[in-house]
Write a protein that binds this ligand. Structure first.
Ligand code: ATP
Length: 357
């Protein structure tokens, strides 16, 4: 199978400092990928390497099966057919919306150019505004023009570097979902860089979580949340608490919540020390008398839910989500029931046990 984009052990160094370390990932035609991670983890550098602005120290980048970067190969950015959208939109202020969109189509016939501009204006919902100039549009509209301009020449891959970060938070997630629909309608393969996980969840088919130049996991949003490959991903995506636990026997672990049974990976032996991930949605408040006893330490109203911080008798703290119509007060003693599908366990090296077999 030929991927639209394939990275094999791609590494970038600045001077001798490794900034991107042995990153491997694949995107099929029409798929949307996302690179997520804390500031300075190497996301933009990786995107720039795909665009052809940074050479590789090791490994390979291929577009449609053709190597464009390796230790020996470096295809120039303008020959890669890559489109880019940046945080600051970078529209040409003196050009109309139509001319901004048509900027990369100067080598096409006038008819073809007009038709593509018309189609893109319709796609991004700006038909009728083609004669206006960028300053006459809102931030969200300007970003749609920047997107249409980058999509116009039908790039092999579209690279989006924090394209929504200049917009206010509510607009961001909404626009991310809209942009996903637009890219899917036009069948464009894209990679988005962000440090906002709600943007990644709204947009991506596959998301890569990076830290210190390494790609910890390249997966669906669902798997990043429910099956994180490392403790870093478990901590970075969503909320959750890692508890130190001990293997009791082949089918159960000893935890601050009592003995929990589940399928354990075969190499584990009684007495092995591990960490267990508990997400706020793994626990429910119950009115039944039997269950886990805890005290509410803090509460955060989130509209539909409350996010409670709770403390066990032994001092261990964790979080739990509960519908906001079930009102409790800080200091209340409550009873909880654990409802976990799979035991998400990590070894001392921070790697998930289920991802090793
Ligand atoms: P942010 O979310 O803050 O934009 P990022 O994940 O995109 O961060 P990069 O911009 O790729 O991170 O930077 C990764 C590391 O490489 C950082 O430590 C940065 O200081 C360093 N770096 C980036 N560009 C250069 C350069 N041209 N020369 C030297 N070091 C650089």
């Amino acid at each position: 199978m030929t991927y639209q984009l394939e990275l094999e052990d791609a590494s970038v160094r600045f001077d001798s400092l490794p900034v991107v370390r042995q990153v491997s990932l694949q995107l099929s035609q029409g798929d949307i990928g996302c690179l997520l991670g804390p500031s300075g983890c190497g996301k933009t550098t990786l995107l720039r390497a795909i665009a052809g602005f940074e050479p590789l120290h090791n490994g390979r980048i291929a577009l449609q099966g053709k190597t464009v970067s390796s230790e020996r190969v470096m295809v120039a950015p303008e020959r890669r057919r890559v489109g880019m959208v940046f945080q600051d939109f970078a529209l040409f202020p003196h050009l109309s919306i139509a001319d901004n969109i048509g900027f990369g189509l100067r080598d096409r016939s006038a008819g073809e150019r007009r038709q593509r501009i018309r189609d893109l204006l319709k796609l991004v919902g700006l038909t009728g505004q083609e004669k206006q100039h960028p300053h006459q549009l809102s931030g969200g509209q300007q970003q749609r023009v920047a997107l249409a301009r980058a999509m116009a020449p039908r790039p092999e891959i579209l690279l989006l570097d924090e394209p929504f970060s200049a917009l206010d938070p509510e607009l961001r997630t909404q626009l991310a979902a809209e942009v996903r629909t637009l890219l899917k309608e036009d069948g464009i393969t894209a990679i988005l860089v962000t440090h906002d996980q709600s943007e990644a969840f709204a947009m991506a088919d596959h998301t890569g979580v990076m830290n210190q130049g390494q790609l910890h996991q390249w997966d669906s949003s669902y798997n990043l949340y429910h099956h994180p490959a490392t403790t870093f991903v478990a901590d970075f995506i969503g909320r959750g608490t890692l508890f130190p636990i001990q293997v009791a026997d082949r089918n159960s672990i000893d935890t601050p919540f009592g003995l929990l049974s589940g399928k354990l990976p075969p190499p584990l032996e009684p007495g092995d020390k591990l960490q267990l991930l508990i997400r706020p949605d793994d626990l429910h408040l119950t009115t039944k008398p039997e269950g886990i006893q805890a005290r509410i330490i803090e509460q955060l109203f989130q509209g539909a839910d409350f996010l409670y911080t709770l403390q066990l008798e032994d001092g261990n703290r964790f979080q739990c989500l509960a519908p906001s119509h079930q009102r409790h007060q800080t200091g209340d003693r409550v009873t909880l029931k654990l409802d976990i599908q799979d035991l998400v366990l990590f070894g001392g090296d921070g790697l998930a046990l289920e991802s090793r077999s």
